[in-house]
Design a protein around this ligand. Structure first.
Ligand SMILES: [Zn+2]
Ligand SMILES: [Zn+2]
Ligand SMILES: [Zn+2]
Length: 261
């Protein structure tokens, strides 16, 4: 069975472009919409199952853009607005089409926050707090949440099928135990929020740091995501592609990118 992993969004918290910014990155995304970045998330197709990884505030547009017509469960990496803000977009899908609560795997520490933020959705989702290190099986695909280094309880997602893929959307340098588990993955899709100075070195990575991490864990292919493009130096895709061209196995993620595993 081939499993597909598709990036629905590849931007950091503000997305690219943003309405209040006229930097070169935002201008490039306005001129060339293929370089626009919605907030980060992914969708996995494993056999007949469709698993949504995070629910960004752009979820409605992402699902329509990618013609996704059903979702079987949602897996949240962490409780930050750019990753959970779109949960409310699933209300009518569940109430009018699915008629059955949707499993929502979420960080144990986020259960109270969910109930406070979405008291009107408690019958729409069936909460399933995930456990670090436990492997969940979806039609033969193994999905394991592993500890990331972020400001709140956060998982990276390790997928094993014919190939292996580690998705760490929000993280600083990884804990050693996590590095050991994802060693020599076929794909590392990794936080590369900053270009230039890293404003939050304990929560995120710069592009340079992400490349170093990918080399350290011997990933076959390093794919940079959660790109702010305007922190701390505004940079264009064209500039970054040039700068990264010496690295044969490093590439920039883009919205709609598909990796088959
Ligand atoms: Zn984020
Ligand atoms: Zn900008
Ligand atoms: Zn975050």
């Amino acid at each position: 069975m081939t499993v597909s992993f598709k990036l629905l969004g590849t931007g950091a918290g503000p997305g690219v472009p943003v309405f209040y910014c006229g930097c070169v990155a935002c201008q490039e995304a306005l001129d060339k919409p293929q370089y626009a970045r919605t907030r980060s998330g992914a969708v996995i197709k494993a056999g007949q199952e469709t698993i949504l990884i995070d629910a960004s505030p752009d979820l409605r547009d992402q699902l329509i853009r990618e013609r996704i017509e059903s979702i079987d469960c949602v897996f949240l990496t962490h409780w930050h607005y750019d990753h959970f803000g779109g949960l409310g977009e699933l209300e009518y899908y569940v109430r009018l089409k699915r008629h059955e609560a949707l499993s929502l795997y979420l960080p144990p520490e986020a259960v109270d926050s969910f109930r406070q933020a979405f008291p009107f959705l408690t019958d729409v989702f069936e909460l399933r707090p995930w456990c670090f290190g436990q492997t969940y099986n979806f039609s033969g695909l193994k999905l394991t949440p592993l500890p990331a280094s972020h400001s709140v309880e956060t998982a990276g997602i390790y997928l094993q099928n014919k190939k292996s893929l580690a998705y760490f959307t929000d993280t600083a340098d990884l804990p050693i135990a996590t590095m050991e588990k994802i060693l020599a993955s076929d794909y590392l899709v990794c936080d590369a929020t900053f270009y230039g100075e890293n404003w939050f070195p304990h929560s995120h990575m710069s592009i340079k740091e992400a490349v170093v991490l990918g080399q350290k864990v011997k990933a076959q292919s390093i794919i940079l995501t959660h790109l702010a493009m305007h922190y701390s130096l505004p940079v264009t895709v064209a500039q970054l592609e040039q700068e990264l061209s010496p690295y044969a196995n490093v590439s920039l993620a883009f919205d709609g990118m598909v990796l088959n595993i």
